[in-house]
Design a binder for this molecule. Sequence first.
Ligand SMILES: [Zn+2]
Length: 462
Amino acid sequence: MTTDSFDQLYAAAHPAPLNEVTLYSAPLIIPVTGPVLLDGAVAVSGSRVVHAGTRRWVLEALKQDMAAGARFEERHWHGVIMPGLIDAHTHLQYTNMAEVGRGDYDSFQAWERAFDPVYERLCETGSWKDSAEEGARMLVRHGTTAAADIVTDPEAVGALASQGMHGVAYWEVMNWRNSDWKTEGIAELVTHLGRMRQEGLPSIGISPHAPYTLETAPFVDLPDIARQLDMRLHIHLAETPMEAGRRDTILSTYSAAEWRDENWTSYQELKEAGKGASAIQFLDQLGSLGPDVHIAHGVWADKEDRRILRQRGVGVALCPRSNRITVTGRDAPIREYLEEGNLLAVGTDSLSSSPSLDVLEDVAMLYDLAREQGYAGDDLTHRLIRMMTIGGAEVLGMHVGAGRIGQINAGATADLAFFDVPVYVATPRGIEDTLETLVRHGAGTNRATVISGRVVYNDGAF
Ligand SMILES: [Zn+2]
């Protein structure tokens, strides 16, 4: 063992006395990785949580930990404290495109036709940076502290970093055929990713857009490139009706036999040849899926598709409000995802297909959809809380390790949100009711946001 690693180990086991501590206390705290805390407190020093527990216990523990004459401040909140929310799918640069999101469309193609001219116009005005940063500020106001943000134009890449947020900025790759991908696409990717890495942005990923805007070669190359660079991947998948399979519930080992050994130019070509494969099965054959990938939407995922996603460790960012506006043709199979145990997270998508960037609005809709689809479990509230916190962290690969997010526990990154919902903790039923109120009616009630231990938003909370 080297001296360095010994020092690190020693320091981890013998934390230095704390010189400065902020104590956030509340009648109800949701740590996510442990039971809810009544009359709880979270002690924060620097960018980390140092203790989370009942207020009385944390105060006692701090007595041992604090240096003589240390600065101590308590900020009491009368509502619910939970980890900062995680938006698992958005495009912050499209924040200026709300006019598209307000439209009324009769098909996904109609929405795309409305999107394109507005996008072209905004490309000319060169305002992507402002638009993206405004989107990041909206997320922070709603208590969101991390996001999977898809970046289409380089000026928008610093949106998360501009607010000190966590998450991944995914460079979007779209509209390449196999031929020009090899001659131009790869070169363009290297130029853009190279520039982003130079800027020292916290975390960059790659987003191969969708099976209907990219042919086969980019779906083979991009995962390989991303993985060599320790980057994560995020794909729009099973969003549109054309991505649905025509064969239900047959193990892909059998159903792929009639097409898997041919070299298809694109998913489109395979569909036109009358093969029944879904887009998920197709990308699975190409080796594009894995535990470093999460997909957005997953609306057209049948039983076999959902099994493939579970088997490969691929999470799904559900975006229910966006699906209605872009007319994806159906809602995602939320009941089945929940019952079968897929890894789930929640995304707002962008203002070009959603009325707001408030994750809790989508969570409320997911609650209603799950019940309408027949999900009867009494754990629904708890499942949704997981999805908007540590579930989002997991699809970003940020749920474990020293910088972990989406949870409140000793050592975790101090990302917190403060919701102004009525709290009843006198009985177990009251606690469950409070959690349900948060999930169904918590949208618009965030009053403060802490990122890496810093108060970045405070609407009179303390
Ligand atoms: Zn999207």
